[in-house]
Ligand binder design. Structure first.
Ligand SMILES: [Zn+2]
Length: 239
């Protein structure tokens, strides 16, 4: 194998554009010898530190600048899916596509080797994939927003409409005379206690809310409710 070292060094000794001479260590542990090898300008590997037993094992590795990883709802912060891409070449490879500079992609379990053309195709596909992920995110968000709205069946809706229009058959005199309970029912009013002073009426007939201050006396509650409902009805009829 020492022959291979010599021949590779010899092969690279001429000054080729894009290459520089760097030291590399080869040999068994404790019996390494340093030789100069040509190394592509993009190689980030330290061939002395990351020594090889045989010259045939020497690969050139670009820095791992292109990387992506994602965690999960279950394990936030953990790299559960990951991909990185870097330049690579294996000068001793018999396949010229591998001895030339190419792109190596790694998902931490599988490595794939891509010619520049294959890498370009992969990049286009990843762009399309990213658009699909964005589309899925939008679908999920829209679905969740719709699903979180209060459910109202058709029957509920019909009932609500009947209730909502019931008040229109009541005259000003009816509103003044009807027992308060019936009046509240006719307008679809729900009474809720609040930490406020006095009484407020909100919403539309069918689902109105009468907000009543906790300290408000019953008689005042009733008279205020009747007054506010009459005010609403008079205003709504004017429109
Ligand atoms: Zn190198």
């Amino acid at each position: 194998m020492q022959d291979t070292v010599a021949s590779i060094v010899q092969k690279h000794i001429e000054d080729r554009p894009g290459y520089r001479l760097v030291p590399a260590a080869f040999g068994k542990p404790g019996q390494q010898s340093k030789v100069w090898v040509e190394c592509p300008s993009w190689c980030a590997d330290d061939h002395v530190q990351d020594w090889n037993q045989y010259a045939i094992d020497l690969d050139h590795w670009g820095s791992c600048d292109a990387s992506w990883d994602v965690d999960s709802i279950h394990q936030p912060g953990d790299r559960l899916l990951s991909l990185d891409a870097r330049l690579h070449s294996d000068p001793a490879a018999t396949d010229a596509r591998l001895s030339a500079a190419h792109v190596l992609m790694d998902d931490e379990s599988v490595q794939v080797y891509l010619t520049p053309e294959m890498a370009e195709k992969t990049a286009d596909e990843l762009i399309a994939f990213a658009a699909q992920i964005r589309h899925l995110a939008r679908q999920a968000r829209q679905f969740n927003a719709r699903a979180s709205q209060p459910h109202r069946s058709q029957a509920d809706e019909a009932l609500r409409r009947v209730r909502a229009s019931k008040w229109q058959s009541l005259s000003g005199e009816d509103i003044a005379a009807l027992p308060i309970v019936r009046l509240l029912r006719a307008f679809g009013v729900m009474v809720v206690e609040y930490d406020i002073a006095g009484v407020e009426l909100l919403g539309e007939p069918g689902h109105m809310e009468l907000r009543v201050g906790r300290a408000t006396r019953q008689q005042l509650r009733d008279s205020e409710a009747r007054r506010l409902i009459a005010e609403y009805a008079a205003g709504a009829r004017r429109v």
